[in-house]
Design a protein around this ligand. Structure first.
Ligand SMILES: [Zn+2]
Length: 223
């Protein structure tokens, strides 16, 4: 039976997150919300993250600005500006494993996910770095994503599904999508499979290097 971990990225958003929380609460499901740091400066959005936490969801760090994959960043200080600053604001909200999800840039996996500087900060901060396996593209296909997501989740024994609590209408389909997933025999867990963990509490997992852009390449590319 396929087992699915639900994640919601890029929020919180007043016009999307409450609906997602209502749907999850109605079903007794728990997920992880990977939030964008700068959004939490808005008290309404901060309250939504607090509600999610109070309802048993896990809150993770998804960078301060979501401006692009960190492996492509050249600016000194980007690791602190994107990860450290967000983590400071997540004090009291973040899961104890200090979950961080890198920005993929369209859901892609590869060395663009992390820079060496961000890797150093994540290790020193004893973070747990979480990726994904199913990306149905709900941000660009707000009405068609459920078919794609269903196929992706049922094709694998274990998936980490990335959806977005963004106000584009996609989450109107969440409840019906979950109905279909359950009817297809899927079950849910809040935990992440080893295959989607690049670093655990600051310790590198095998294969991490494939997700890091070497500093020499970053330097060469900027020159
Ligand atoms: Zn994202």
């Amino acid at each position: 039976m396929p087992e699915v971990t639900l994640t919601f990225d890029n929020g919180p958003e007043p016009d999307a997150t409450p609906r997602v929380l209502d749907v999850l609460r109605g079903r007794g499901l728990r997920a992880t919300f990977f939030v964008i740091g700068e959004k939490l400066l808005d008290p309404a959005r901060r309250n939504l993250a607090e509600r999610a936490r109070a309802e048993g969801h896990w809150i993770g760090n998804h960078t301060w600005t979501h401006a692009g994959p960190l492996g492509l960043r050249r600016d000194a200080g980007h690791a602190e500006a994107e990860i450290g600053r967000t983590e400071d604001l997540l004090d009291g909200l973040a899961h104890g494993d200090r979950l961080f999800r890198p920005v993929g840039g369209g859901g892609r996996l590869g060395p663009h996910l992390l820079s060496e500087a961000s890797l150093d900060l994540l290790a020193a901060g004893r973070h747990t770095v979480v990726t994904w396996s199913a990306v149905p593209g709900d941000w660009r296909d707000p009405d068609g994503w459920p078919d794609t997501a269903l196929r992706q989740c049922l094709d694998a024994a274990r998936s980490v599904l990335v959806l977005h609590d963004l106000p584009n209408g996609a989450m109107r389909h969440l409840d019906a999508f979950l109905d279909r997933l359950v009817a297809s025999g899927a079950t849910f867990t809040q935990h992440f499979p080893d295959s989607c963990i690049l670093m655990r509490r600051g310790r590198a997992e095998p294969g991490l290097a494939a997700y890091v852009t070497p500093a020499t390449e970053a330097g060469a590319a900027s020159g």
